[in-house]
Design a protein. Structure first.
Length: 115
């Protein structure tokens, strides 16, 4: 399975974006799908993840602003981002781990928040 992220771009502070992570195969049995980001000159961090049963988790800095969701019928995981701030700038990419033991990383999409 391959992952492809899209939906990034430039936005002003306070704006919104929706990222999509589309898998080339079924994600129905994928236990973990996470959105990561790498801010400029910083380490990669896990922003949010969603598991097979729909359970979600977020880092504190995005709670209340970001929402992760999955649509198994479309093999897609979304990251809805609202009230974006400059510190949200970074390269965003998705990662999946399946119960079968495989895992894969997708290519990133750049999100730039500036006025």
């Amino acid at each position: 399975v391959q992952l492809q992220a899209s939906g990034g771009g430039s936005v002003q502070p306070g704006g919104s974006q929706r990222l999509s992570c589309v898998a080339s195969g079924s994600i129905e049995d994928v236990n973990f799908i996470g959105w990561y980001r790498r801010p400029p000159e910083k380490e990669r961090e896990l922003v949010a993840f969603i598991n097979k049963d729909g359970g979600r988790s977020y880092i504190d800095s995005v709670k209340g602003r970001f929402t992760i969701s999955r649509d198994n019928a479309k093999n897609t995981v979304y990251l809805e981002m609202n009230n974006l701030q400059p510190e949200d700038t970074g390269n965003y990419f998705c990662h999946a781990r399946a119960l079968a033991g495989w895992s894969t990383w997708g290519q990133g999409t750049q999100v730039t928040v500036s006025s």
